[in-house]
Design a protein around this ligand. Structure first.
Ligand code: TXA
Ligand code: MG
Length: 328
């Protein structure tokens, strides 16, 4: 049985008790729900890999408070890294940094750790209460969609033996954090996410546009997660040409999904039996917020999802990245 804790009364001491018994707890963050355990409890960390069915060579993001002394956990910071932290923490920016005092089990033996300070009161209260950084990958089984509500966590991990979830309502961003590595003062985007390139550039940072995420880690030092991810339980087809919708005649139950109405104004799929959903009129933030929840709903109701990709602008890049990876 999974307990779903409301953040009231003695919820915090209950969470701490689970941790002290080496049980991970799913917690809300502003991006997606995370499956959290203190880095000081290796047995609890091992259970994260177990519950998620995640290979132990895939490292975990470690979460801390912005006002903690980061030099307890990293060897050094460059000027650019310090400025990124100053500007964007707490928030959906994860940074690859040279680690200190972080157990190898969290980082798959890499000398680097990916750190972030989440912007969510509940998660921050747990950090303050326990006083130790929390490793927390998204609270889904490997390759599945990231959850943005407590109930989606329960559906996915409840039967696998997750003991507790704190229900903090829906995640406000709905997309995972952006993972950045700074090399020669330029930013490599290892994973597109809730913080867009445009926002980073507007704040005065330079993005290394020539950098393409590696499929395998050439140096053996950094291994951003690649491959099939974020997949709904039913097949998902991504299209770049809205006219192709016409070709989807099928006896299957279909969902046609438009990210933004403005991507193909007025255009509807010509298939009367199918469902048709538009995530937002013209607001990528709203579309990102709706994306995973819409896919989760769809996978119980339809047999195939056909989605029109959006423009590669702002959060559109992260949304298209998730769709591409859901597809294969
Ligand atoms: O928004 C988020 O980032 C959410 C919330 C819960 O914080 N977390 C999240 O974690 O998305 P996860 O584990 O689902 O995705 C983290 C990605 C993985 O692809 C992993 O391979 C990569 O970050 N990663 C983690 N630590 C790393 C490291 N030391 N070096 C390279 N890549 C790393
Ligand atoms: Mg994940």
């Amino acid at each position: 049985m999974t307990s779903i804790l409301k953040p009231e009364g003695d919820w915090l001491s209950k969470v701490e008790e689970f941790f002290n018994n080496d049980e991970p707890v799913a917690l809300p963050t502003e991006t997606v729900y995370g499956l959290a355990a203190p880095i000081s409890r290796p047995k609890a960390i091992a259970k994260i890999f177990d519950l998620k069915n995640r290979p132990t060579f895939n490292p975990l993001i470690v979460h801390l408070k912005k006002d903690w002394d980061i030099f307890n956990w990293v060897e050094k910071l460059t000027d650019v890294e310090s400025k990124l932290i100053e500007k964007f923490w707490p928030g959906p920016l994860s940074l690859v940094l040279p680690k200190k005092n972080i157990p190898d089990i969290c980082t798959a033996s890499s000398k680097f750790v990916v750190l972030r300070a989440p912007k969510n009161k509940i998660f921050e209260q747990v950090l303050d209460g326990y006083g130790v950084p929390l490793a927390a990958p998204s609270a889904n089984t490997s390759t599945r969609l990231s959850p943005t509500t407590a109930i989606r966590v329960q559906e996915d991990l409840g039967e696998r033996g997750l003991k507790a979830i704190v229900d903090g309502g829906r995640s406000s961003e709905g997309l995972e954090s952006t993972i950045v590595q700074v090399v020669n003062e330029k930013l490599r985007i290892l994973r597109e996410g809730a913080l867009s390139d445009e926002e980073l550039v507007l704040a005065g940072f330079e993005i290394d546009k020539s950098y393409q995420p590696q499929v395998t880690a050439a140096s053996g030092d950094v291994m951003p997660g690649q491959g099939k991810h974020y997949a709904p339980l039913v097949p998902l087809v991504v299209m770049d040409d809205p006219q192709k919708w016409v070709s989807y005649f099928s006896n299957k139950k279909l969902l046609f999904l438009k990210i933004l109405e403005s991507d193909a104004p007025g255009l509807k799929p010509f298939n009367q039996k199918a469902q048709f959903v538009v995530l937002s009129q013209n607001d990528l933030k709203e579309a990102a917020f709706e994306l995973f929840e819409t896919l989760r709903l769809a996978e119980t109701e339809v047999e195939q999802i056909v989605v029109l990709k959006t423009k590669d602008i702002g959060l559109g890049r992260a949304i298209n990245d998730r769709l591409r990876r859901a597809n294969g």
